[in-house]
Design a protein around this ligand. Structure first.
Ligand SMILES: *Cc1c(COP(=O)(O)O)cnc(C)c1O
Length: 473
């Protein structure tokens, strides 16, 4: 067939718009997206004809199938870019996958606040302007034992705000062993520079002594800073200065003591068989003036940075212009308030806060979930394609918390017969609810710790979808 004739086979936009499948699409997809998809697909066929790279037959087939491609393109374009996924990695606080999950029951509270007006900055007693920080201060103090508290956008912002308020243009002494970098370019030295405080690093990488701190104190000293080495440990010939010791210097020289705790654990998790991590309450009890921590790591709430401690310092922070830039919105406040309420009763917190529930799950529970999911997959997907084993493995806490902690877990391990494992794993990620797994030695690992029972049907459908794609069905 002549090239020209091939062009005449391509339907016109108006013709396509008249088709029934388009009318169906227009019921749930905006007209502009549908139109754009039609134009792009028509253009692709034109390009193919011009390129002469594929046969006439294939082009005719392309034209016949244009409706399938239009539908797919329009649906893809119309889907949300930020969407839920299934976390089969076993990393509980997975920063790339949104860190902590929020209990569904809390959403009711957020909805109330979101779809109605609220007293966000309105004082219901006096009828005048109120503070958005007031809603959280009482409960944070009640749980942690602090005098005053405020909440900003995240812990990185909290550290900048604290240093800027307490030590701008002054020296802040910190141990060399604690100059941490937390993923995503949060580096203590850089953060300090941003805040206007001058870093004075003392000691060495593996050893810092109290006298290192004491020798560095002078008239320019604005604060002593302790940073929790959340995401690494220095092992072997080491010594570091505890906040209890730093407290002695703080008293002797009257210099405030600040601690960036990172993870923000409010319950001693060692009771549940997880490595000890210093709690906010203990830090304050040791006499630290200001403690900062994240809301979406071990606390299990929304992304925030919590600042808690002496009222005199926190009052200054509330007046700092940075506070306006770092402020949290009403969804966050409402989510954090509801999450913190669970902490009023430890057993409730462990059960209702998904991060804590996942971390404290017993191996037995995980094992029975693995059995159930395995049989559901085998029921649905023809098993001449693969073999599933249940294997012992380890989950990680994640979020730069407890880097050495290995939590015993059970994984489903898929070994594929004559099919590409890499391609299969890619397809799991392309499912409309993407399933994120681990590839190791050409096998796919699905850790049951981070998958809830209500997600099982998604995993089953996703696996079935991924196999069909690999087979080219
Ligand atoms: C995670 C972490 C931060 C950063 O907290 P974000 O809430 O992610 O901003 C800062 N300091 C320490 C020690 C941390 O572990």
């Amino acid at each position: 067939m002549e090239e020209k004739n091939l062009f005449t086979l391509i339907p016109k936009v108006d013709e396509i718009l008249d088709k029934d499948f388009i009318k169906e699409l227009l019921k749930y997809i905006p007209r502009k997206i549908v139109l754009d998809s039609i134009r792009i697909e028509i253009e692709e066929i034109r390009t193919k004809i011009k390129g002469k790279e594929i046969s006439e037959e294939e082009i005719v087939k392309n034209i016949e199938d244009i409706h399938i491609k239009i539908k797919k393109r329009a649906e893809e374009k119309n889907s949300f870019k930020l969407k839920r996924v299934v976390n089969g990695t076993g990393v509980v606080i997975h920063t790339n996958l949104g860190r902590s999950l929020i209990n569904e029951k809390i959403m009711e509270n957020i909805k109330e606040v979101a779809i109605n007006y609220s007293n966000l900055e309105f004082d219901l007693v006096n009828g005048g302007r109120g503070s958005r920080y007031s809603h959280l201060e009482e409960i944070i103090c009640e749980i942690t034992g602090g005098e005053a508290a405020m909440v900003v956008n995240n812990n990185a912002a909290a550290v900048i705000l604290v240093l800027s308020s307490m030590a701008k243009n002054k020296e802040v002494i910190v141990s060399r062993g604690e100059l941490v970098e937390i993923g995503g370019s949060f580096r203590i030295p850089d953060v300090m520079e941003q805040s206007g405080a001058n870093l004075v690093a003392v000691g060495t990488t593996n050893k810092t002594h109290l006298w290192d701190f004491e020798n560095a104190i002078n008239e320019e000293t604005g604060a002593l800073l302790k940073v929790h080495t959340s995401n690494y440990r220095i092992l072997g010939f080491t010594s570091n200065v505890d906040s209890e010791e730093l407290f002695l210097l703080k008293e002797k020289y009257n210099i405030p003591l600040i601690e960036d705790l990172g993870s923000g654990v409010l319950i001693d998790l060692s009771k549940y068989g997880i490595e000890y991590e210093p709690t906010v309450q203990e830090s304050l009890k040791k006499g630290v003036d200001i403690v900062t921590f994240s809301g979406d790591k071990l606390l299990g709430g929304p992304q925030v940075g919590v600042i808690v401690g002496k009222k005199e310092y926190i009052d200054d922070m509330k007046k700092n212009p940075l506070t306006r830039a770092f402020r949290v919105d009403k969804f966050t406040i409402s989510t954090l308030e509801a999450t913190l309420r669970y902490y009023l009763e430890e057993s409730v917190a462990i059960k209702e806060i998904p991060t804590l529930a996942m971390l404290t799950q017993s191996l037995k529970e995980i094992g029975s979930k693995a059995l159930e999911l395995k049989s559901k997959i085998e029921e649905k997907v023809s098993n001449d394609l693969f073999k599933i084993d249940i294997e012992d493995n380890f989950s990680e806490v994640g979020g730069g918390s407890l880097p050495l902690e290995k939590l015993p877990t059970k994984c489903l391990v898929l070994t594929l017969d004559n099919l590409s494992t890499q391609e299969f794993e890619n397809n799991l990620r392309k499912f409309h609810i993407p399933i994120i797994t681990r590839l190791y030695k050409d096998r796919v690992y699905i850790d049951l710790r981070t998958i809830r029972e209500e997600e099982f049907h998604i995993v089953v459908e996703g696996i079935s979808f991924a196999f069909n794609k690999v087979k080219g069905v």
